[in-house]
Design a protein. Structure first.
Ligand code: MYA
Length: 426
């Protein structure tokens, strides 16, 4: 039987039978799978035809939108013993199930030293932006035990690609229980989510992955850089290699106790419009970037009182009272795998930063200072937007993690450089 602890543990194999058999059977040609394949073949033919028609367009949608009435209303068929579920993010028990699935089975670094540990509050924030669609939070359960074993999500977003605005779904949190890997459940999850997105008359998506996928090719690639805030712990857990002595590292990474910029303070609700306008002007220079409504800004940037999820700081000009700059970062811890002394790596990730008056370097330094005050061990940033400009001065070091950017059903004429990317996915 599939006990709760069995599925939550990392190394248990007692439920192997229950979890894998039906899928293997279906893999070898069950009727339902065949029915799905036929649907798929038909859809692929359509797509190919449309692609051919659009051949000489070097940039834009690949497949034109369909009539929503043509989209199948029934979910795709899962292998025997599994069922789809729509995960209600406002349901505490469901959220703790998803949290546990991800905690034990989501993204790890290449050496399996760390695994993302998205908090429940983080997941709620990430999955419930304005206009979110509950149907796009898709899970797969074992029919008998109701255990969640796979997950994928989408949230709506407006993405500006050069001068065009495209309605999209941002896809994230694709996860399959370790014991159900390599059984081609992923294509089924993607197909079912695609159907649910299409039904809402949305025909494009954007997503990032740590690995390079073949089709479609990525439209952009970026690299993670890391700024040590707690060098002793980072060396002890094997995150950083000691370059010289620990004493030297501590000296190198020392930061002032308080932010340096006068007028630097936590964002308040009354800053929403200022941030929206600063961000709109700033993001205009990038080839691909989100467009945020006022509601979006409030959702994505406003720190919530009790949560350690998103932090935004503004610089309010002491003379004019205007907000001239802001920086933001989100908190995403990782489980440290197999370390006796430390269990959690507290990491902050740079989100969006806009400077008009303060230098970007000083603004980001203040972000490091407040992150350090919050007990963060490492501050991570991608080399997108203008981030690269501050890495050297602020002692960021390049990491071995890359992030690939993809668009679904949209072609760009050439691959973008990191500095042309103005989009950050969680
Ligand atoms: S990225 C985060 C992905 N999650 C993890 O890395 C967590 C740990 N890993 C796992 O849970 C599993 O290993 C996963 C694969 C689930 C990744 N994106 O089921 P399979 C293809 C897309 O036998 P498994 C994120 O969340 C692979 O190339 N496809 O494989 C964004 C192969 O296809 P093909 C992926 O190892 C997600 C097929 O799956 C990925 O058991 C964006 C094998 O399936 C990946 N990260 O499970 C999803 N990894 O044979 C796309 C493998 O064709 C969204 N594969 O090469 C597309 C837009 C949809 C919406 C459209 C709306 C209009």
């Amino acid at each position: 039987s599939i006990g709760e602890e069995d599925l939550d543990s990392d190394d248990d194999t007692s439920d192997e039978e229950d979890l894998s058999k039906p899928l293997q059977k279906e893999d070898h040609g069950g009727d339902e799978e065949k029915a799905n394949d036929e649907d798929e073949a038909e859809e692929e033919n359509d797509e190919q035809q449309d692609e051919d028609e659009d051949e000489d367009e070097d940039e834009g949608p690949i497949d034109p939108p369909h009539d929503v009435a043509e989209i199948r209303t029934q979910p795709y068929t899962l292998p025997d013993h599994y069922e789809w579920c729509t995960c209600d993010v406002n349901h505490e028990e469901t959220m703790s199930e998803i949290y546990n699935l991800l905690k034990h089975n989501y993204v790890e670094d290449v050496e399996s030293m760390f695994r993302f540990d998205y908090s429940i509050e983080f997941l709620k924030w990430a999955l419930c932006p304005p206009r979110y669609c509950p149907d796009w939070h898709v899970g797969v359960r074992v029919e008998r035990t109701k255990r969640i074993v796979a997950f994928i999500t989408g949230v709506p977003s407006r993405i500006k690609i050069r001068s065009k605005t495209v309605e999209m779904a941002e896809i994230n949190f694709l996860c399959i229980h370790k014991k159900l890997r390599s059984k081609r459940l992923t294509p089924l999850l993607i197909k079912e989510l695609t159907r649910r997105v299409h039904i809402m008359d949305i025909w494009h998506a954007v997503y990032t992955t740590g690995i390079v996928l073949q089709t479609p090719p990525p439209f952009g690639m970026s690299q993670y850089w890391h700024r040590s805030l707690n060098p002793k712990k980072l060396v002890e857990i094997g995150f950083s290699c000691p370059r010289s002595t620990l004493a030297n590292a501590i000296k190198l990474y020392k930061l002032p106790d308080m932010p340096l910029t006068s007028g630097f303070r936590a964002m308040e609700r009354s800053d929403v419009e200022a941030i929206q306008s600063l961000l709109r002007d700033y993001l205009a220079q990038f080839t691909v970037a989100p467009e945020f409504s006022k509601e979006d800004i409030e959702h994505w940037f406003m720190p919530t009182r009790d949560d350690d999820v998103i932090h935004t700081f503004v610089v309010e000009d002491p003379e004019s009272g205007n907000v001239t700059d802001f920086c933001s970062f989100y908190i995403l811890p990782s489980t440290i795998l197999g370390n006796e002394k430390y269990k959690v790596l507290k990491a902050a990730y740079s989100f969006y930063n806009v400077n008009t008056k303060t230098s970007l370097c000083q603004l980001m330094k203040d972000a490091l200072i407040v992150a350090k005050q919050k007990g963060i061990d490492v501050f991570n940033a991608l080399d997108i937007m203008h981030n690269k400009d501050v890495f050297e001065d602020l002692e960021f070091k390049p990491g071995d993690g890359n992030l690939q950017y993809y668009l679904y059903n949209y072609r760009l004429k050439s691959q973008l450089l990191p500095e042309e990317l103005g989009l950050l996915l969680l």
